[in-house]
Design a protein around this ligand. Structure first.
Ligand code: GTP
Ligand code: MG
Length: 336
């Protein structure tokens, strides 16, 4: 399984760190971007409170978990009493309200796993997804944000991986590849598995934060300011880590047997979760456990063909970082 001759990165790998860090800096959202985002939230709050005065607006996803780039959409969760109304009915009503307040391209998508209203904001041009009472997303947003504060290499790695995935066309769940959220979980789990560890397992520590969502306790250690030096014994540079990340997913991860689990800070077996693949069944080929909705496999969208595509892309990326003369350019060459 492991190609022994390949497990060492090239001796000069660190020379690529400055280039990768410069790219990371260029991907971070600007102050202007953030202020436009806040304006969108303000105008949305006004619209919503006319119909639902007690509704609370939460930002989730990459605009709140600190993994957002200037290209990220804005994800909003409304927490509100829907009374006798179903979520779908409330979303349809919300779509009407937003249309009459002149938001563009308003569309209620009620058949999705998480039903949403999608629209775009004419002032900023941002696209925005709004869901109702999906507090798991609010909880996992905080978890990701807290992990990001422990070691800056997580944000750096995740931004580069997300950027790579978008350019290489492997960040499209509707086509059987992975969501941004799945890639961030892969990065967290990868840093939990380094020797010495770069990230701890917050859900295995003393519970200082807890939030009950539909009967499930979402609990973990959130006093991350106590963990500022956690990864200090590990001196790996971002170039080494990026190479090792792709190498892990190309050659080391056991796709047949294992599930990656940020919740356990480790891999666990598919057997243990009953996520086994039967003949002719394309589910659970690549398994990524959601940290709080533990029955939810973020890899469920991957089928045999897209798994092959993903593994070829991981292998290409590892190879580029290992052998290419100008890896910072070649790695991110758009696939078309
Ligand atoms: P970008 O918008 O690509 O920058 O990243 P994002 O983190 O906002 O990802 P995305 O818009 O795909 O998802 C928004 C959020 O929905 C995630 O951050 C999670 O909090 C939440 N979420 C929960 N379950 C899922 C899931 O199965 N798929 C996706 N995509 N998101 C989920
Ligand atoms: Mg998003």
């Amino acid at each position: 399984r492991m190609r022994r001759w390949q497990v060492e990165s090239r001796p000069e790998i660190d020379t690529f760190t400055p280039g990768l860090l410069a790219l990371y800096e260029s991907l971070k959202p600007s102050e202007e971007h953030k202020s436009k985002q806040n304006q969108l939230v303000d105008s949305l709050t006004k619209s919503v409170s006319k119909e639902w005065p007690d509704a609370q607006l939460h930002l989730y996803g990459s605009c709140a978990n600190s993994f957002g780039t200037s290209h990220s959409d804005v994800d909003v969760c409304l927490e509100m009493e829907t009374g006798t109304e179903s979520t779908a009915e409330a979303l349809l009503k919300l779509a009407d309200v937003l249309r009459s307040d002149n938001f563009d391209n308003v569309e209620a998508i009620t058949s999705a796993r998480v039903p949403i209203v999608r629209m775009s904001d004419p002032a900023s041009g941002f696209s925005c997804d709004i869901c109702i009472n999906n507090l798991f997303a609010v909880a996992n947003t905080k978890l990701l944000k807290d992990y990001a504060q422990i070691d800056q290499r997580l944000l750096q790695l995740a931004f580069l991986v997300k950027h790579w995935a978008k350019l290489r066309g492997v960040n499209e769940t509707y086509r059987g590849t992975l969501s941004s959220y799945a890639y961030v979980l892969m990065c967290i789990n990868f840093l939990q598995l380094r020797e010495p560890k770069i990230l701890p397992c917050l859900q295995a520590m003393e519970q200082t934060f807890t939030m009950n969502v539909d009967g499930t306790e979402c609990a973990y250690f959130d006093e991350v300011h106590h963990l500022q030096d956690f990864g200090a014994d590990n001196k790996e540079s971002i170039a080494e880590l990026l190479w090792a990340f792709f190498h892990y997913w190309a050659f080391d991860h056991d796709y047949r047997r294992d599930v990656i689990s940020v919740r356990m800070g480790n891999t666990i077996s598919k057997q243990e979760k009953n996520w086994t693949t039967r003949v002719g069944n394309d589910r659970h080929l690549m398994c990524i456990e959601d940290p709080f909705e533990t029955g939810h496999d973020l890899g469920r969208v991957v089928d045999r063909q897209t798994l092959r595509i993903l593994r070829e892309e991981f292998e290409r990326a590892a190879g580029v970082l290992q052998y290419n003369d100008d890896p910072c350019v070649t790695l991110f060459e758009p696939y078309d």
